[in-house]
Write a protein that binds this ligand. Structure first.
Ligand code: AMP
Length: 193
């Protein structure tokens, strides 16, 4: 097992309606650069995505953007990323993001972020990967998302073991601390069934 060198961050293409979200993104980016952890992300220069990427770059860190061709105009690809990969489809993009990362971090965002969060969690449930997944509950953002999972468990649609597929962490500072102790590689089998 090795330490985390590359982190995929899933987050919003908008900044949200309170400043705490962008502030969390800036703290994250700065902390990742200081820790020598490469940012792997969706390649946009807008929203929390852009905030995190700018903060990593400003602090001298490495950024890999992976963006599908059709979104390069809509999302406005970041022009200063250390490396930018343009993929043919959304699915190729997601696969590349997953392949390039040792762990995943869900930060505040909207529907696209929910999609990415649920996909990476369900892929782990299906044992298609065993990389760590962190959810940052900055300013309480993640409560409805985690609440939906808790409700699915309470209603008998998901196994209680699903709660061990990811870690919910209340602040970016605590996420940065956790990244120092987290190990890339085998996480052990989540006991689901
Ligand atoms: P959002 O949280 O909606 O701002 O989206 C954040 C990220 O999710 C961006 O990288 C988007 O390209 C991506 N995204 C947006 N919509 C979808 C979707 N329907 N399926 C998968 N990813 C999406």
């Amino acid at each position: 097992m090795t330490s985390i060198r590359s982190l995929a961050v899933f987050c919003g293409s908008r900044v949200g309606n309170i400043p705490d979200y962008a502030a969390a993104g800036r703290t994250l980016g700065r902390g990742m650069a200081r820790a020598g952890i490469r940012l792997v992300y969706g390649g946009g220069r807008i929203g929390i995505m852009g905030v995190v990427a700018d903060a990593v770059l400003a602090a001298g860190g490495q950024v890999l953007g992976v963006i599908p061709d059709f979104l390069t105009k809509m999302e406005v690809a970041h022009e200063n990323a250390t490396e930018m990969v343009v993929t043919d489809t959304m699915h190729t993009r997601k696969r590349r993001l997953y392949e390039e990362s040792d762990a995943f971090l869900i930060m505040p965002g909207g529907l696209g972020t929910f999609d990415e969060a649920f996909e990476i969690i369900t892929w782990r449930q299906l044992r298609l990967h065993d990389k760590p997944i962190l959810i940052c509950n900055a300013a309480g953002w993640a409560e409805p998302l985690v609440g939906a999972i808790d409700q699915a468990i309470a209603q008998g649609f998901a196994d209680p073991g699903c709660r061990r597929l990811f870690e919910v962490i209340d602040s970016v500072e605590a996420v940065l601390d956790r990244l120092q102790t987290l190990q890339a590689g085998a996480q052990g089998e989540p006991e689901l069934l």
